[in-house]
Design a protein around this ligand. Structure first.
Ligand SMILES: [Zn+2]
Length: 99
């Protein structure tokens, strides 16, 4: 028959072993738990890229040339309300008239 102190020591030993076991084994199991199917939060992680919008934005200050290349154009408005389309200065979006 065990004494009270022996029982206490045994319990402490078990507690230590469980703590060790938890730290060494259970934690990685938690992290490698497979992602649940039918995850209702799936939509929060979906990424939608507006390629058409990005393309339009990229083309906004450019004009397509016959050899399938593009040139930068001035985005200033002419008196008739059309885009100027002249060659912009440096890395700006406007020509000498519209800077
Ligand atoms: Zn211009």
């Amino acid at each position: 028959m065990q004494t009270k102190s022996q029982t206490k020591a045994y319990r402490e030993n078990v507690a230590r072993l469980l703590a060790k076991y938890n730290g060494a084994v259970l934690e990685p199991v938690i992290y490698t738990e497979p992602v649940k199917k039918n995850n209702t939060k799936k939509e929060e992680y979906s990424v939608e890229i507006d390629f058409d919008g990005a393309s339009r934005a990229w083309l906004a200050n450019k004009q397509k040339l016959s050899d399938a290349t593009y040139k930068y154009i001035c985005l200033g408005k002419t008196k008739t309300g059309d885009i100027c389309k002249r060659k912009p200065i440096g890395h700006t979006d406007y020509c000498a008239c519209h800077k």
